[in-house]
Design a binder for this molecule. Structure first.
Ligand SMILES: NC(=O)c1ccc[n+]([C@@H]2O[C@H](COP(=O)([O-])OP(=O)(O)OC[C@H]3O[C@@H](n4cnc5c(N)ncnc54)[C@H](O)[C@@H]3O)[C@@H](O)[C@H]2O)c1
Length: 277
């Protein structure tokens, strides 16, 4: 029987910032599908813990490789260590983030550099460094954000870095095309991560939670697994004709007319009002 184009069994995956948050969710998603996973992160303790968890829970090969993505030498070392550990990389996920969510008047040069270095610069240099390890049919997935095109509460440099990630995605897709390597991005919206679930569902968050549900057309909330599932699709042969694209995974949050949303928020409990005209 022909293998499903969605199958990823046996693929070798490298995820940056894979020790926690969405990165860890992506690692778990690929491990659940039978992939071997390199968890790369600046945090050794969390990274080793994550790799152990993947081995124990999903019975797959997994290793932690230390990397500080702000340092070019560390990025080069990561590519060399990945080659030593797995021989090849079928799927690279540039997921890491590091800067702080500073408002307009509190942005600093250090935070600017950190955001641009970990998200845009590392995305380019690591992708270029890993490319020689990627056989035909491989895939690079960059984690962007809806803030690459919409304005939100993150730092100015975060918005700029994510816009850079989207354009890098198209640039790399063209450059890697002749090697039969596809490059795509995922732009998540509002994601409630596992460590925040308890607070999100607490009584104190009733109003915040109601707004979060209201802001999404179906009322659905996004989790790490939603980003992981999108990554699995983009990495699979089912997406063989998809490259250079930014897939928005936001439950419809950013497709709505803001006036209609704000108008509906005038009543309590928060409900969607029917839109006129
Ligand atoms: N959380 C959201 O709601 C959301 C929404 C849209 C997009 N995103 C994007 O998803 C990705 C993951 O976000 P997250 O919220 O899970 O982040 P996070 O802060 O929870 O995790 C980031 C990981 O990167 C690691 N890291 C930090 N600095 C590093 C460095 N210099 N070198 C290597 N690793 C380093 C951290 O140790 C951590 O494990 C980011 O690209 C982020 O912009 C997140």
């Amino acid at each position: 029987m022909k293998a499903s184009p969605f199958s990823l069994k046996g693929k070798k995956v490298l995820v940056t910032g894979g020790a926690s948050g969405i990165g860890l969710g992506i690692c778990k998603g690929f491990a659940r599908l039978g992939c071997s996973v390199i968890v790369s992160d600046i945090s050794r303790t969390a990274g080793e813990h994550a790799a152990k968890l993947l081995r124990q829970k999903f019975k797959v090969k997994s290793a932690y490789i230390h990397c500080d993505l702000t340092k070019a030498t560390s990025v080069a070392d990561l590519a060399a260590s990945a080659k030593k550990a797995f021989g090849r990389v079928d799927i690279l996920v540039n997921n890491c983030r590091a800067g702080q969510p500073k408002p307009f008047d509190q942005e600093t040069e250090g935070n600017w550099d950190l955001n641009l270095d970990t998200m845009a610069k590392a995305c380019f240099f690591l992708s270029r460094g890993i490319l020689p390890l990627m056989p035909a049919g491989s895939s690079i997935i960059n984690i962007s954000s809806v803030l690459s095109y919409a304005v939100g509460g993150e730092a100015p440099s975060y918005h700029v870095a994510k816009a850079a990630v989207d354009q890098l995605t198209r640039y790399l897709a063209v450059q890697c095309g002749s090697k039969q390597v596809r490059v795509n991005a995922i732009a998540p919206g509002f994601i409630v991560k596992e460590p925040h679930l308890k607070r999100f569902h607490s009584k104190a968050s009733d109003e915040y939670r109601a707004i979060a549900h209201y802001a999404h057309p179906s009322g659905a909330i996004g989790f790490e697994s939603d980003v992981a599932n999108a990554a699995a699709f983009l990495a699979s042969d089912a997406a063989r004709f998809v490259t250079g694209q930014v897939l928005v995974v936001d439950g419809g949050l950013t497709i709505q007319e803001p006036f209609m949303l704000l108008h509906g928020l005038g009543s309590k409990p928060v409900q969607r009002k029917r839109r006129r005209g």
